[in-house]
Design a protein around this ligand. Sequence first.
Ligand code: NAP
Length: 527
Amino acid sequence: MITGKNYIGNELSAKGNTTYHTFDPKLNLNTEWTFYEATEEEIDSAVQKAYEAFQSYKNFSGNKKAEFLDAIAEEIEALGDILIETYMKESGLPEGRARGERGRTMGQLRAFSNLLREGSWVEATIDRAQPDREPLPKIDIRKMLFPVGPIAVFGSSNFPLAFSTAGGDTASALAAGCPVIVKSHPMHSGTGELVSSAVIKAAEKTGMPDGLFSNLNSSGIEVGQQLVFHPKIKGVGFTGSIKGGTALYKLANDRKEPIPVFAEMGSINPVVALPSALNEKGEEWAEKYAGSIMLGAGQFCTNPGLILGIKSTSLDRFLDSLGKAIEKLEPSCMLHPNIHANYEKGKQEVSGQGGATVIADYSASVADNYGQQKVLTVNGANFLKNPKLHQEVFGPFSIVVRCSDAAELTEVLHKLEGQLTGTVLGSAGEIESYAKVVDALTSRVGRIIFNGVPTGVEVCPSMQHGGPFPASTDSRFTSVGTSAIKRWVRPISFQNWPQEALPEELKDDNPLGIMRILDSEHSKDQV
Ligand code: NAP
């Protein structure tokens, strides 16, 4: 049942008077649920409880934390159809997407529990003492990764499950040994409350300390601001707009003790179509890209918002095919009237820029909140001189840039801001013959794709989901895949520390049997 209350640790709480509703974008009206915004007192109580919980949770074994993560996955599944129905109602997204995203969320939790059971992720590093070393003896030093403390997680609008309440940020922080306080996304607070109830059930079943997880409701920015400014919060995970992410980043840096903000923000995911792709498979790529631009009403951080090629008759044919292919597709419902209004505004603003020509513009009438697709084209010179054409238009929208030659294409790529992904369509040989183009693209992105589409992010250890600013605030880290755990830890060295007082991971006999770096060699050996 959805109560509309906050979870302050394991307790449901509604001390405030400010309320709001979530919205059903398909019916274009409020849902029946009323949500209570968290008060200052409730925010403080959630953080204090998280701080207390951290004192024990940080010392829990990998196996015990893994039991908890597995239990969360089981409890999410046990919510059954009510979760799927609430997700669909609050997001306008279809059932297949809801079920797929639930599976991905459970898969992410289990990937972290496997990582914890294996145990080597802590990067245990041991340099043995050399008492006889000349001119000075070397002392025994051992290092490994430790959790930083309570983390604030901002649920995203576009992934109500996989990047929200028990999504990748929460799963990775809990795996690292950090308590989590979620600032639920106001567009899907009902989905958030249901998932929170599953996390709390799992925590109680597996003997986790009260306060390890809290979920706060709000429909404005104040709750998030107070959370980030709270002295006991030690890190922030965020997925959303450049404006929101950079505001929180600045806030975290203005604290007496600045803390890291791992914000994943805007990206237009440039796609470079090289001559062989356009000559040999132009129509095929046009069909595939029409589908990719339209996927999830274009509300993916990896949506291909920019396609670049060198002027030619085959590029003209590709444009024609892309326009025809995308106009055939049916628009779908966007997440919320605000997102839809932002989309319409962004589309209009970019369309009005000098030199932009329309390739496709779906104009048949649609229901409220449905995103009508649009594709524009500009030449390289216009694109280079107008930064307004570089901005993300969140929705089913893309611009094709026609460059005069490879040199102009390279210049355009160098001018782009940081991106999550970049894609090359072409032949393996063209990677070498267009080395400067490929190098310029690689320097701007976190993931480079060959002959594919950027939508669809595999959750696996080798995935990099994060790129140079403003794609994310720290391109050294990923928010998808098991390496995401590295955002919530810091290394501590133990110098000359007694054996019995060392963590298991650093003890001489390697009781956990993990892979360590022993005197600069990877090894599972005892010391
Ligand atoms: P958003 O406006 O950035 O909000 C995300 C979350 O951050 C919300 O919970 C919001 O709180 C909070 N927030 C925003 N600004 C804040 C601030 N200054 N201080 C404290 N908290 C703040 O993003 P959204 O609502 O998810 O979607 C809006 C737009 O973001 C979209 O139209 C799209 O352009 C972009 N977006 C991009 C991606 C991507 O991956 N590239 C993903 C999702 C969204 P409140 O809502 O309670 O104010």
